[in-house]
Structure formats: C-alpha cells, structure tokens
Design a protein around this ligand. Structure first.
Ligand code: S3P
Length: 173
C-alpha cells in the first residue's frame, strides 16, 4: 500500500505548489490541509484566527490531521504549524513519509511580500520576524523530517522532481 507523502515546513516554502506538482507527477490525490479547513469553515484562516484565535485553529487542524493520516496514497500539504504538535507528527508518520521543505528567511520574505493571508506574520513579514519564528520552529521541523529539501533556487516542479528522486531510493511509495 502506498504511503502518504506529507509536505511540511514554514510558510512560503512552497508546500502547496510543490504538492500540486507532485500529485500530478505521481497521479495521486492532492489535499491541502489549509484549503480543506477553509472549505469546511467557510471563512479564510485569517478570519478564523481573528474570530476564534490560534488555539481553536490548532484543534481543528489536529482533528483534520487525525482523519487524513489514516488514508493512503495522498500527497498532503500541511500548514506551517501542523508538525509543531508531536501528536500530529506521530499520526502523520503512521502511514506517511514526512518531507521538509526549507527556504532562507530572505527567500520566504520575498515569496510572501504583499501576501496578507498569514495571520501569524500579519503585515510584518519581514526577514527578521520570519527568521525569529523559523528559529523557534527549526528543531521541531528537523526532528519530524525524513527527507529535507532546500527550495530557495528551485521551481516547484524541480522540487517535486527531487522528492520523486529521493523517494525512489526507498521502498513503499
Ligand atoms: C501557519 C501556517 C499557515 C496556516 C496558518 C498557521 C503556521 O499555513 O496553517 O496560518 O503556524 O505556520 P502555510 O504554511 O500554508 O502558510
């Protein structure tokens, strides 16, 4: 049975765009966790954060992960905070391989410039703010990851190609 391929990492590393490419290449179903939650909630994540707060969002995120983690053969793009909860990592690992996408704070700041859809960064998506948050999260990201790919100089298509190459050396995908 096919493992789930779970993309994780900080905001702006390209989880959604890489996930789409990867699913096309591998002819698999693609699920973007944030999009799924937004469709369920009927409001954007930014609006939900503003109305109910981060803790309420994390609870819904966790419930969705618990059910998605039981499926097979998905390409799943998680939100940037999803794997900070060890229980989410444990669930995702049961039937999945966790791939960490990384980028330098400068790259992330460039990619997110003018994008107001990240409530944790708000209008201050500066290199400094991104660097600080990334430093707080780095250890958890690294600990969860089976494979790590730096995306700074790659297109989403090239990252997808690299993931396929890495996974070919393993069995089960
Ligand atoms: C978050 C990242 C967002 C979204 C939410 C919280 C985070 O997803 O889940 O705003 O804690 O890093 P992306 O990584 O897809 O932007």
């Amino acid at each position: 049975m096919k493992r789930n391929i779970v993309l994780m990492g900080f905001m702006g590393v390209g989880k959604t765009s890489v996930g789409r490419e990867l699913a096309l290449r591998l002819k698999r179903e693609f699920v973007d966790l944030d999009e799924l939650l937004e469709a369920k909630l009927g409001v954007s994540i930014t609006e939900f954060f503003a109305a109910k707060g981060e803790a309420a969002f994390r609870k819904l995120e966790k419930e969705a992960i618990r059910s998605l983690a039981q499926k097979r053969g998905l390409v799943l793009a998680t939100g940037g905070g999803a794997v900070l909860d060890p229980e989410n990592v444990r669930a995702l690992r049961e039937k999945g391989v966790l791939i960490l996408l990384t980028a330098e704070p400068e790259t992330i700041a460039q990619r997110l410039a003018g994008d107001l859809s990240r409530p944790l960064l708000g209008p201050d998506a500066s290199v400094e703010r991104i660097g600080k948050l990334l430093a707080q999260r780095e250890a958890a990201y690294q600990a969860a990851a089976k494979v790590e790919i730096a995306t700074d100089h790659l297109t989403p298509d090239q990252v997808a190609e690299e993931i396929v190459r890495c996974l070919r050396t393993e069995s089960g995908t």
